[in-house]
Write a protein that binds this ligand. Structure first.
Ligand code: KMH
Ligand code: ZN
Length: 305
């Protein structure tokens, strides 16, 4: 069994690298916007904020540490939320570039992507249906030739580069094969417990978002990691809330945020990250579950603080 679940860790992924400013006017781009959205998400109950940066002039993703330095102190001053920096960056970036924010800024948590894959958004869930709303439409534009590269060597490079920083990893697994890759690095002794497994559902190129997919991922993680791990679920696009509710009911942790879904409901864009956090907090409360504070999250994941 996974570590006994007392409280639910809520991660909010604030902006990411895949959605573009043309898809939603609510996607935070500038340092001010990212800081404001992260602080509001923390005030709404987020335990962790997962952060990317974007170029203020055009909204393109960037791993320039200076852009991260522009919002991190503001978030730290206005909240005690756990900071998680991406090492995924954007799929077109090289791993050296992707690593720089985590390497230089030594966050409590950083993401670690466990395999190479095609990377599209939101596959069709019902293949025979007419699209009634935009949120049902797969976004293939820009992704037909997109490969997200994470070779074994690159994964090892990230792990070894950060080995002395005390950073815990959000281990991003987009399919069950990635759980086996995580187990491989655990066996080699370069990925250390407690493990925070972020299982990602519903991206085209990864595992689907059917409840059977979630069950299979969970069972495989249980078998590989025993009680040394915290399991978290991220559903992309319109699977975001159904899968968060399912995972929480199964003793898991959850991730929401505009990186993972721009939507609040059919044809309705989410107007902020905090709106999604409020919604998941309300779902968790209605399930009689409690949200982990940042302090409790630090204890659970044994973060350096
Ligand atoms: N965009 C998410 C599905 C990363 O930042 O390292 C995966 C992600 C990657 O969060
Ligand atoms: Zn990310």
């Amino acid at each position: 069994m996974a570590a006994p679940q007392s409280k639910v860790i809520v991660t909010c992924a604030v902006t990411g690298a895949i959605h573009t400013p043309t898809m939603s006017p609510h996607l935070p781009i500038t340092a001010d916007e990212i800081a404001r959205e992260a602080v509001a998400a923390a005030q709404a109950g987020a335990s962790i904020v997962h952060l990317h940066a974007r170029k203020p002039e055009n909204g393109q993703p960037s791993q320039d540490p200076a852009l991260f330095r522009a919002f991190l102190p503001v978030i730290a001053e206005r909240s005690d939320v756990v900071i998680n920096l991406t090492t995924g960056g954007a799929p077109n970036m090289l791993v050296e570039e992707r690593l720089q924010p985590a390497l230089q800024l030594k966050p409590e948590v950083a993401s670690l992507n466990m395999g190479s894959m095609n990377f599209g958004l939101y596959p069709m869930l019902d293949r025979h249906k007419e699209f009634k709303h935009d949120w049902e439409r797969p976004y293939l534009e820009g992704s037909e030739d997109r490969v997200f590269r994470n070779t074994f060597k690159e994964i090892r490079y990230i792990l070894e580069s950060c080995a002395d920083n005390g950073t815990r990893f959000e281990i991003e697994c987009y399919d069950t094969s990635h759980l086996y890759t995580a187990a491989h690095f655990i066996d080699r002794g370069i990925l250390k417990p407690p493990f925070f497994i972020q299982s990602v559902f519903g991206l085209l190129g990864g595992i689907g978002s059917h409840p059977d997919d979630v069950m299979h991922m969970r069972r495989t993680a249980e078998r590989l990691f025993g009680k040394d791990y915290y399991w978290s679920v991220l559903g992309a696009g319109r699977s975001q809330f159904p899968l968060a509710a399912m995972a929480a009911s199964m003793g898991g942790n959850v991730r929401v945020g505009l990186e993972d879904s721009l939507w609040d409901g059919p044809g309705r864009l989410a107007t902020s990250n905090a709106q999604q956090v409020q919604r998941i907090v309300s779902i968790l409360r209605s399930l009689n579950l409690e949200v982990a504070t940042p302090g409790e999250t630090r204890e659970m994941l044994q973060l350096k603080g």
